[in-house]
Write a protein that binds this ligand. Structure first.
Ligand SMILES: *Cc1c(COP(=O)(O)O)cnc(C)c1O
Length: 442
């Protein structure tokens, strides 16, 4: 087939086929079947006229790998297709993806309305580093529509939330929050790291941008850091041009036309992120890591469906264990987010959830029991990560949420005996047996 015919044929395929094939045409002259790693810092121009066109953004192409590499661009196109999006930008980490997305949307002195159940790195970014630069945040109870509505001001430029938070696995009502964001004239950005485009595509529920830590499920092997932001092409920055000067006003560095006129809906955002924020701040994804993430994505649905099924099984079994006080898994009847899970996660619940060990009422004794449980595990490993092929355990109060005080932790649903699990692809019987033997020994 011709290159164009191959791409058109691939665009018409289903999720599992896209994971493996989307956007890749075997290269000439080496015609490698697997996308190669283009490990080059820079690219050679045919002549000076071409270099001039590329630098002026008149022509698309490779210049220098801080801006983009071909391996990275393939990853961007593949994730955009899996999300049903229009364009994407891949960067060095999930943290970088969240940062460049907020910087590009918030602009100078913008305001963010954010869910109060977010990844710790995002909380630090919003309330500390971005605050230093004059971008402010209001955190709201993510389950309270009125709180979202009341927090929006003239300065608000985006709403931000996670589709499923952790460690307590609260499921977001994406459609409700998206409608409130749009009524306030701003886009909804969803961090969908935990759900992956296999379990949920936030764009189908009204979200406008999706960010991922590709370090987690997209990779699945725990071998590389990476992050991606996808523009779903739904938000019209041209509808209120005064509010979005970064897109609608001419800027000398991008030539005579505003980005919105030149690149349009679905593409102007990615151009701004790459040509300004990634170019100026430098959080570029290495070609090697882009390749590792692409390799991971090829098995995304296989891994996630197995992990999700195993986690459901483990959660159901642990409910009955005498050493367990609570299992925070929205796949269980009676969980406060069970109805939302049925509506938003029909293919399965993410495999990241937590359990509370029975408390003795004595702080020192509880700590000792948590320690014996965590240290007594053999199959499930003590690692500060999620979405890995391996099953992982973490103790939020000692690790990810250790800088919060007891009150803040309680507000986030995290107690002294809360233990987070990220169920891997091992045999679920081995995972469960390991958890049960360690629980019984405490
Ligand atoms: C890990 C994580 C991030 C940050 O991603 P890194 O790749 O570690 O920088 C952001 N959001 C969520 C939900 C995460 O789990």
């Amino acid at each position: 087939m011709t290159d164009a015919a191959t791409l058109i044929a691939a665009a018409d395929t289903r999720f599992a086929t896209k994971q493996v094939q989307a956007s890749y045409v075997a290269g000439r002259p080496q015609n490698t079947a697997v996308p190669p790693i283009y490990q080059s810092a820079a690219y050679e121009f045919a002549n000076l006229a071409e270099a001039r066109d590329l630098f002026a953004l008149r022509k698309a192409g490779n210049i220098y790998s801080r801006n983009a590499s071909p391996t990275q661009q393939l990853l961007e196109e593949r994730v955009a297709q899996l999300e049903g999006g229009v364009s994407a930008v891949a960067v060095a980490s999930g943290q970088a993806a969240v940062a460049v997305t907020i910087l590009a949307l918030a602009g100078r002195g913008g305001h963010v309305v954010a869910a109060d159940r977010l990844y710790g790195g995002t909380v630090d970014l919003l309330q500390d580093t971005l605050d230093d630069f004059g971008i402010t945040v209001t955190f709201v109870d993510q389950d309270d529509p009125e709180a979202w509505r009341a927090a929006a001001t003239d300065r608000t430029r985006l709403f931000f939330a996670e589709s499923v938070a952790n460690p307590v696995a609260q499921v977001l009502d994406v459609r409700t929050v998206a409608d409130i964001a749009h009524a306030a004239g701003v886009p909804l950005v969803i961090d969908s790291t935990v759900t992956t485009p296999y379990l949920q595509r936030p764009g189908e529920h009204g979200a406008d941008f999706v960010v991922h830590s590709a370090t987690k499920y997209l990779s699945g092997h725990g071998g590389s850091l990476g992050g991606v932001v996808v523009d779903l092409g739904s938000f019209d920055f041209g509808a209120d041009p005064e509010r979005w000067p970064q897109f609608t006003k001419q800027a000398d560095r991008f030539g005579p036309q505003p980005l919105w006129e030149r690149f349009g809906q679905g593409f102007a955002f990615a151009t701004l992120v790459k040509a300004k924020y990634v170019h100026d701040l430098g959080p570029s994804l290495s070609p090697f890591n882009a390749h590792q993430i692409l390799q991971g994505i090829e098995t995304l649905d296989l891994r996630v469906s197995r992990q999700s099924a195993s986690a459901q099984k483990v959660a159901e079994a642990l409910v009955a264990h005498p050493a367990v006080a609570a299992v925070h898994h929205p796949g269980l009847a009676g969980n406060p987010w069970h109805d939302l899970a049925e509506r938003y996660l029909p293919l399965g619940i993410p495999a990241v959830f937590s359990i509370d060990l029975v408390s003795t009422g004595d702080e020192a004794q509880d700590q000792d029991r948590v320690e014996r449980f965590v240290d007594g595990l053999n199959v499930v490993r003590l690692v500060a990560n999620i979405g890995d092929a391996r099953s992982l355990v973490a103790h939020p109060a000692s690790m990810t949420h250790s800088h919060l005080n007891a009150e803040q932790r309680a507000a986030a649903g995290i107690g002294a005996t809360t233990v987070r699990l990220s169920i891997g692809i091992e045999d679920p019987a081995d995972i469960l047996a390991d958890l049960e033997q360690s629980l019984s020994a405490i």
